[in-house]
Design a binder for this molecule. Structure first.
Ligand code: ADP
Length: 383
């Protein structure tokens, strides 16, 4: 196995106004499972195709281990790509599907038939497919088919794997099962993997690290929980997490109060310090749904830990409910509540949302506004 490194890689398609991949630098470490996640059109597939050699960058270099492969043809890069719509040959057994590529290049690879068989059998054993080698793909479960597609790539013993949304065509239940299987397989086989997906839950559960992408650029690359707890900017905060982070625009009033449309919240000292360091002007308070707890409205005056709101929409999830609320200033917030607590709230009246201010963030204004509170926690500036 080897690392895969992109160094200032750019891809500008001839007629496009913006580069599909914009000065992107990223290293998938040896044996790491790195997931690129981002909305449709952000440049994920182009990045993968550049690494595979199916596209040529207009700038920058790509290396596999110490070898620069920027201009190396795909077949000579020692990288295997598993596509979204992998196709198994339906008329061939699992064994023949897995051995097919090696047989095609047998002379070039200098392998005997016996060596091919030994490699396919040992790969099938590693993937739990030894029992089904003689079966037709039609007689396999979705998860098994996925593993055959993987096995077909593994028998080439590549330096790294590229996965292009390999789970996206599976139904929800199978996707969750196959995802878990893929994760276990990676733990055991430790194959360097670059995986792309638009599904943030898939990214969170699979990745050792996740790279969150938008507009051809990586906005943050870190372990999943770090991205969740310490999002570098507002785009990352909104994209990662279901439901995403809530945002409340406002500005500082005095040293510690955050003033929004119709109220004040008293920020803890560390946040107030971050706001003071940033200087005056507009800011956006970011609150994860779990930092908000709806409580019955007591009828008392303003409290600096609460936001007053009305419920507008409720999504029951069993033990919990997602509640959409509209503040008196017209701002929509979503919070997650225990079903029993929810039962005590008046559906059509005003409620108080308790804000756990130890868990909130402050962002610069704008869709990609930087998280100005990260320096307080990490001691270094956010990317
Ligand atoms: P994603 O995989 O994240 O959905 P892509 O990498 O497919 O995004 O596309 C990134 C951007 O590049 C999009 O704006 C897309 O329209 C554009 N793009 C992709 N392929 C081509 C191409 N062959 N020619 C021109 N533009 C392209």
């Amino acid at each position: 196995m080897a690392s895969v490194t992109l160094n200032h890689v750019t891809k500008q398609y001839a007629k496009a106004s913006q580069p599909a991949v914009d000065d992107l630098s990223l290293q998938v470490q040896d044996r790491e499972f790195l997931v690129i996640v981002g909305p449709s059109g952000c440049g994920k597939s182009t990045t993968l195709r550049l690494v595979a050699g199916l596209e040529t960058p207009t700038g920058g270099t790509i290396s596999v281990g110490d070898r620069v492969v920027t201009n190396t043809p795909p077949a000579d890069r020692d990288i295997a790509m598993v596509f979204q719509n992998y196709v198994l040959f339906p008329h061939m057994s699992v064994y023949r599907n897995m051995a097919f590529g090696l047989h095609l290049r047998r002379r070039q690879l200098g392998m005997t038939h016996a060596q091919i068989r030994a490699r396919v059998v040992s790969t099938a054993e590693a993937l739990g497919l030894a029992e089904v080698l003689e079966r037709s793909p039609r007689a396999l479960s979705g998860g098994q088919k996925q593993r055959v597609a993987l096995g077909r790539a593994m028998v080439r013993q590549p330096q790294a794997f590229l996965f292009d949304e390999p789970l996206s065509h599976l139904d929800a239940k199978l996707r969750v099962e196959t995802r878990a299987e893929l994760k276990k397989l990676h733990r055991r086989l430790q194959i360097t993997t670059l995986h792309v997906t638009h599904d943030q839950e898939e990214a969170m559960t699979l990745g050792d690290r996740i790279a969150v992408m938008k507009g051809g650029r990586i906005h943050q690359c870190a372990p999943p929980l770090e991205v969740y707890r310490r999002p570098a900017n507002r785009f990352v905060a909104g994209f990662i997490g279901t439901p995403g982070m809530n945002f409340l625009p406002g500005r500082m009033e005095g040293a510690q109060a955050f003033a929004y449309a119709n109220g004040l919240l008293r920020l803890p000292a560390a946040l107030a310090t971050a706001a003071a360091r940033y200087g005056g002007g507009s800011l956006v308070l970011g609150m994860r749904p779990e930092a908000l707890s709806p409580t019955p409205f007591t009828g008392q005056g303003p409290d600096e830990n609460f936001i007053r709101a009305k419920m507008s929409w409720v999504e029951p999830l069993g033990d919990r409910v997602d509640i959409s609320l509209v503040t008196e200033g017209g701002q929509v917030l979503v919070c997650r509540s225990d079903s029993q607590v929810f039962g005590k709230l008046a559906m059509d009246g005003i409620i108080s949302i308790y804000v756990d201010l130890g868990r909130v963030h402050l962002f610069e204004p704008g869709d990609d506004g930087v998280n100005i509170t990260l320096t307080r926690e990490s001691g270094h500036a956010a990317a």
